[in-house]
Design a protein around this ligand. Structure first.
Ligand code: GDP
Length: 297
C-alpha cells in the first residue's frame, strides 16, 4: 500500500504525543525528530525535509501548543497543513488553449507510464468534456509503443495518428497536427519517446517537437515508485523543457512517498494528475489536501 511506512511512523509519533497531555519542549523536539526520520525514510528530499521540520516546529512554538491540552491535535493539524502546502496547496487544472486545439505533449522516461497516461487522459477528456481528442504516436524508439497507443485508441474509440517507426518524430508531429486541424480535433495528445535515462538526443528531439507544436501543456510522467530518482528525472526534464505539469504514476503500488512530497518543491511545477492503476479509468486530478490526509492515514 502507498505510504504505508510513512503513515505508520507519523501515526505512531502522533499517538505518543496524544498520550502526553501537556507537551513540553522536549516532547516537541522528540516528535519533530520522529517526523524528520519518517520523511527521510520515505525518501523525501533532504532539503524539503529540513524546511518542513523547521516550519512545523516554528508554527508549533508560535501557536503556543506547548503546555496546552489541545496541543497534540494542533500539531496534527499543522503537519497536515504543511504536508498540503509542500505538495502545492491546491489542485492545478490543465492549461487550455482559448481556441481549439489544446495541445498536450507527454514526456518522460521509458516505463514511467507515458503512453498509458496519454490514453487515460484522452478518455478523461472525452468522458468529462465530450472532447474529440487526437493522439499522435511519436514514440518511434520503444518497441511496440505505437501499437500500444493504437490498441488503446481502438478500445477507447479515440483516433491515433501514426506513421510507423521509420519517420522522424518531428515530422510525425507536423503531419499529425495538420490532420488534427483538418478534423477539428479539440485536443491533441502527443506521445513522445522516452529513454532509459535522460540523454542529449532525447532532449534535442523533445525541444524540436516543443518548438514545432507550441504545446499548451507539457506533462511529465514520472513513476512514483522510484522516489528520489523520480525527483531527479523531473528536475532534469524541467531544466531542459520547462514542463508545465507532472503526472505521478503507480500510486496504487507501495510507493514510499518521497516523489509525491518532494517533486513540487524541487521543480516548482505542480503535480496535476495521479495514476492509480493500470486501467484506463485510473487517472485522477491531484488534490494536495486529500493526499496529505491519505498520508496521515
Ligand atoms: P511508457 O514507456 O512511459 O510509455 O510506459 P507505459 O505507458 O508503457 O507504462 C509502463 C507500465 O506501467 C505498463 O505496464 C503500465 O500498465 C504501467 N502503468 C502505468 N501507469 C500506471 C499506474 O498508475 N499504476 C500501475 N499499477 N501501473 C501503471
Amino acid at each position: 500500500m502507498a505510504f504505508e511506512g510513512l503513515t505508520e511512523r507519523l501515526q505512531n509519533a502522533m499517538t505518543k504525543l496524544r498520550r502526553k497531555g501537556k507537551i513540553s519542549e522536549t516532547d516537541l523536539k522528540e516528535v519533530m525528530r520522529e517526523i524528520r526520520l519518517a520523511l527521510l525514510e520515505a525518501d523525501v528530499n533532504f532539503t524539503v525535509v529540513k524546511e518542513f521540520v523547521k516550519v512545523v516546529r516554528e508554527r508549533a512554538i508560535g501557536s503556543e501548543v506547548l503546555d496546552s491540552l489541545t496541543s497534540s491535535q494542533q500539531i496534527v493539524k499543522i503537519v497536515n497543513e504543511e504536508l498540503t502546502k509542500v505538495m502545492g496547496e491546491t489542485a492545478v487544472p490543465l492549461n487550455k488553449s482559448p481556441k481549439i486545439p489544446t495541445i498536450i505533449m507527454m514526456v518522460g522516461l521509458q516505463g514511467a507510464g507515458k503512453t498509458t497516461t496519454a490514453g487515460k487522459l484522452a478518455l478523461k477528456l472525452k468522458k468529462e468534456e465530450n472532447a474529440r481528442p487526437l493522439m499522435i504516436a511519436a514514440d518511434v524508439y520503444r518497441p511496440a509503443a505505437i501499437d500500444q497507443l493504437q490498441v488503446l485508441g481502438r478500445d477507447l474509440e479515440i483516433p491515433v495518428f501514426e506513421l510507423g517507426t521509420k519517420v522522424n518524430p518531428v515530422e510525425i508531429v507536423r503531419q499529425g497536427l495538420a490532420q488534427a486541424a483538418e478534423n477539428k480535433n479539440d485536443y491533441i495528445i502527443i506521445d513522445t519517446a522516452g529513454r532509459l535515462q535522460i540523454d542529449e538526443n532525447l532532449m534535442d528531439e523533445l525541444a524540436q517537437i516543443k518548438a514545432l507544436a507550441a504545446p499548451n501543456e507539457i506533462l511529465l510522467t514520472v513513476d512514483s515508485m522510484t522516489g528520489q530518482s523520480a525527483v531527479d528525472v523531473a528536475k532534469g526534464f524541467n531544466e531542459q523543457l520547462d514542463v508545465t505539469g507532472i503526472v505521478l504514476t503507480k500510486l496504487d503500488g507501495d510507493t514510499r512517498g518521497g516523489a509525491a512530497l518532494s517533486i513540487r518543491s524541487v521543480t516548482g511545477k505542480p503535480i496535476k494528475f495521479i495514476g492509480q492503476g493500470e486501467k484506463m479509468t485510473d487517472l485522477d486530478v491531484f488534490y494536495p489536501d486529500r493526499m496529505a490526509s491519505r498520508i496521515l492515514g
